[in-house]
Design a protein around this ligand. Sequence first.
Ligand SMILES: Cc1cc2nc3c(=O)[nH]c(=O)nc-3n(C[C@H](O)[C@H](O)[C@H](O)COP(=O)(O)OP(=O)(O)OC[C@H]3O[C@@H](n4cnc5c(N)ncnc54)[C@H](O)[C@@H]3O)c2cc1C
Length: 459
Amino acid sequence: MERLVVVGADAAGMSAASQARRRRTPSSLQIIAFERGRHASYSACGIPYLVGGVVGHCGQLIARTPEAFRDSFQIDLRLSTEVTEIDIGRRAIHARDIVTGREWWEGFDQLVVATGAVPVRPALPGADASGIYGVQVLDDAAKLIQALEGEQPRRAVVVGGGYIGLEMAEALILRGIRVALVDGGPEPMGTLDRDMGALVSEALRRLGVDLYLGERVLGFETKGGRLCAVQTAERSLPADLVVLGLGVRPNTELAKRAGIPTGVTTGILTDRRMHTAVDGVWAAGDCVESFHRVSGTPAFVALGTHANKQGRVAGINLGGGYATFPGLVGTAVTKIYGVEVARTGLNETEAARAGFEFLSVVVESTTRAGYFPGARPMKVKIIAEKRSGRLLGAQIVGEEGAAKRIDVLAVALWNDMTVEEITSLDLSYAPPFSPVWDPVLIAARKAWELVEETMLQCR
Ligand SMILES: Cc1cc2nc3c(=O)[nH]c(=O)nc-3n(C[C@H](O)[C@H](O)[C@H](O)COP(=O)(O)OP(=O)(O)OC[C@H]3O[C@@H](n4cnc5c(N)ncnc54)[C@H](O)[C@@H]3O)c2cc1C
């Protein structure tokens, strides 16, 4: 009988394990999954909502328990067990039970590396002080909630204005804590262009977040080993608690030590079937490097959407089937205080970096017909290649009903459509859902008018 070992038992790892099981019976493939945390198969994406009290308890974020994996899938899931070494030559992994300290080697025929990402922690004075939290895995959320309930902090500073920083800022506000957010960039959400990011700043201010933009954190002040303030070049911000939202990097130390090649983004290199350069070793999720279909370059995008798909692809292939992960276009969505924020493809900086000549348009419209009750404002930005009119990217900021419209543009992007082609799309319409010209179509039309003008000037 063959043995599959999975390292990391969340989105990517357990998708791979489940798909492998669908194709291989327990008598032909034994599956063992190792997870160093106390939880597996959970929604990390739900952490801000758990911290903010929108989701009642941690168990609601767990998709399947170890018992369910054992009984329904015959997958042996071992929690609180860290894989400390992969020996490719011996085809074995070294495991350590975090609770008992027991250590042993476990052989494998096939291996899935799904170790996820690790939060960027700045090497700044005081960064190890107690009271500073990262939120990456469910255990981190549990520690943070314990601190919130036990220590009753009054003032928090969120460092970093990416989507996790924003969602955590809102969660802390919901807990009745005074929140300041510090970001080195001119606006939060650096994955948006500055004009669209400014709308996010407005939403944060309305929420009551004290925003400090264009300020770098220089260190953390402590009193008796405990955090008391965050030091920027401009000021000292009193803080009982800090949440770090400085982004993540692929967690590849284990793979690198084993000689599994990584790429320019430091993620593990795989082919389209999620197979690494090492025979019988697969990788999926936040620990891998992906391919950006618009820029045509390697990309590291740590999102649950990709982790689930890549894990599924790895599991199908190692189970004897055929599936591919054909790359990504960078679609993401979030919400801050009733303001929905979405993006896909390249922003202006990324388009310029990829060498495109491009133009951009921003249109203002509403989520429903203007006269219809509940119509809310929204803005759509489209970035298109200058001469061809090819869609390169899009951003949406607006109120309820705005953000998921990005999916239309993501599909258009996936299929290399021009803004002219988008203009003709047969999208649905009725007054409770959109104006007769959907905001996406208005933006595409404006972009196409600009492309036409440019083409006339070039003649
Ligand atoms: C707060 C937050 C909000 C998010 N919101 C969204 C969202 O709205 N939409 C979205 O698409 N994505 C979101 N994400 C990202 C998404 O959660 C991740 O992309 C996804 O969880 C990645 O899945 P993964 O299986 O690759 O890695 P992970 O979920 O990180 O799982 C990796 C697992 O491997 C374990 N592990 C690591 N090393 C070892 C080892 N040596 N031995 C044993 N176990 C090990 C870790 O403990 C971890 O449980 C969010 C993430 C966070 C943190």
